[in-house]
Design a binder for this molecule. Structure first.
Ligand SMILES: NC(=O)C1=CN([C@@H]2O[C@H](COP(=O)(O)OP(=O)(O)OC[C@H]3O[C@@H](n4cnc5c(N)ncnc54)[C@H](O)[C@@H]3O)[C@@H](O)[C@H]2O)[C@@H](O)CC1
Ligand SMILES: [K+]
Length: 516
């Protein structure tokens, strides 16, 4: 993929590489990037802060994040906003481009307060501000906050002001894996150019508040040359890539899919997957299930055709998959409601199948017992859709470790096992075996319910079969799934939104993306 519209996701180190390339190879100086950053944030502040009645504090730290603060402070003062600038470190610690912009600020005739020299005045004035612009620390933060930053951050968090962080909430690390830090809890974060990994990882994500991304003029080539392959997947990407049907198309051209699973205890999961595939536009959908539950499923999904599989103890019999002929199908989704009583040789069964295989739910449990086999890859594309608990089982890690390292754990698993990994959760991450990753931005807590995953599996199957670029098909399914839930909570409370509601919403969700 690629193109100029890409929004990247970076670590602190990656951002430093990108900045260095932009300065040394492209020739845009650090002073200019800082001016751009300050200007971009300033113009966004203008949309949010009224000059009358507002009292603004710009808080400045040692590094380049503080340098951005000097630009923002200068522009706010020049525009007539009632603004105080407070610099936390001693003057001599400010260096480089930040020092350059501190000098510009002073030469324009503006003054700032020194926290070091007059901290009591600072604390006295702090409750009087309506807005606090946080330029204490950015991507250069390391470890727990040191004094006096920690005290200042705690005091800011106790105010009633609207706190707007620049690039990062100060104190929060930019990359996954770092211990949770007690940083600024922002109401809004104006991220410079590229979101950082922690923007999408909990608990850090909560500190960002609402976030938006300000373009500061770093060219796309700086990201490409720095080897960044993590992207944000947003609505415009989906609108651009939804497949269009030709007027004379026939059902066979929209994908022939097979959904395998179901058990006496869980017939509903299979219905949800099948209905979701149908509502995502699959041409033909066949359901393969233990023969003794077929009536339960056919009542719900009249459009699907059925294949009865031998049943044992209410689940597909251990050799039950052998009876299935895969040749008529372009893709298979396996796992929803399948049960765990028996073992199946999934790799042996799917290895030479050329179509896409989507594995979810109990299918992942079966997969976890035969993971070694998958390292050689198979003839078609394999997609797995674990939630953090399932990812923990697949990797032998704890759920907490998975949650803290979502990017690296899913990237490594995808590489090692030659699969596309769709790691679900808020900000679902999709990783390819080649190391590309996309963060999804749609969805809400209404999806944290039984059945949501079954719906997504059906959508991914249907979507992959209709896209010539299969990864785009997966990404679009993930986005539309969340988008449908987002539309639903405009009309009703998130508590009452069910997986079936999401399925029924899909035609409207697709329509709104196709005709934005
Ligand atoms: N490099 C560039 O060209 C640009 C950088 N920009 C800004 O620069 C930021 C990154 O700049 P820096 O790398 O200087 O990093 P920071 O601005 O985050 O400052 C890092 C400094 O803070 C101090 N520090 C680190 N950890 C600390 C802790 N735990 N407690 C107390 N003090 C600590 C250290 O003195 C360190 O040098 C970005 O977030 C962004 O806001 C923008 O101006 C755009 C251009
Ligand atoms: K900051």
């Amino acid at each position: 993929m690629g193109g100029n519209a890409d929004m990247y996701v970076v670590t602190g180190d990656e951002m430093r590489r990108i900045d260095a390339f932009t300065m040394d190879q492209v020739g845009i100086s650090d002073m200019m990037l800082m001016e751009n950053a300050g200007s971009a944030v300033f113009s966004r502040l203008l949309q949010r802060i009224e000059p009358s009645g507002s009292r603004i504090l710009v808080l400045i730290g040692t590094g380049n994040n503080g340098g951005d603060g000097f630009v923002i402070g200068r522009k706010l003062m020049e525009a007539g906003f009632e603004t105080d600038i407070w610099v936390v470190p001693p003057d001599e610690k400010i260096r480089g481009a930040a020092k350059g912009h501190a000098d510009v600020f002073a030469k324009c005739g503006h003054r700032y307060g020194s926290f070091e020299k007059d901290s009591s005045l600072f604390y006295e004035k702090l409750p009087s501000y309506t807005h606090i612009i946080d330029c204490l620390l950015g991507t250069g933060v390391k470890g727990e906050l040191r004094s006096p930053y920690q005290e200042v951050v705690d005091a800011v968090n106790r105010t009633h002001a609207c706190v707007i962080s620049v690039d990062m909430p100060s104190g929060i690390p930019a990359e996954e894996g770092a211990p949770a830090a007690a940083g600024i809890r922002a109401d809004r974060t104006m991220i410079l150019q590229a979101p950082k990994e922690t923007t999408f990882l909990f608990p850090y994500a909560e500190s960002f508040g609402e976030w938006e991304v300000a373009d500061i003029g770093i060219p796309d080539c700086s990201f490409k040359n720095s080897g960044i392959t993590k992207y944000v997947r947003g609505e415009s990407d989906v609108c651009r890539t939804l497949p269009k049907r030709k007027a004379n198309v026939h059902k066979g051209a929209n994908g022939k899919g097979l959904v395998v699973g179901g058990s006496r205890g869980m017939p509903g999961a299979l219905s949800l997957t099948t209905l979701a595939a149908l509502r995502t536009g699959i041409g033909l959908c066949t359901v393969a299930l233990p023969e003794d539950i077929r009536l339960l499923v056919t009542q719900n999904a009249a459009e699907a055709t059925l294949v009865n599989l031998p049943s044992q103890d209410g689940e597909i019999a251990p050799d039950g998959l052998e009876a299935l002929d895969l040749t008529p199908y372009d893709g298979v989704a396996i796992g929803p409601g399948m049960g765990r009583a028996h073992r199946y040789d999934l790799y042996g069964y799917f290895r030479v199948f050329k179509g896409t295989v989507v594995i979810d739910a109990d299918g992942l449990n079966h997969l976890s017992r035969e993971l070694e086999n998958w390292k050689d890859g198979r003839d078609g594309l394999t997609v797995i859709t674990p939630h953090p608990g399932e990812m923990a089982v697949l990797t032998g890690k704890t759920i907490k470790e998975v949650e803290r390292n979502r990017f690296s754990i899913s990237r490594q698993f995808a590489r090692e096992h030659q699969m596309v990994v769709v790691l679900k959760g808020p900000y679902t991450i999709t990783s390819t075996p080649e190391g590309e990753q996309w963060v999804n931005t749609s969805g809400n807590p209404a999806l944290a319910k039984g059945g949501s995953g079954d719906v997504l599996t059906g959508m991914i199957l249907a979507s992959v079969l209709q896209h010539s670029h299969k990864i785009e098909g997966i990404l679009n399914a993930v986005y539309v799934h969340g988008h449908a839930a987002d539309q639903l909570i405009h009309e009703r409370d998130e508590l009452g939104v069910t997986a079936s509601d999401v399925i029924n919403q899909l035609p409207r969700a697709f329509h709104s993306l196709r005709y934005p």
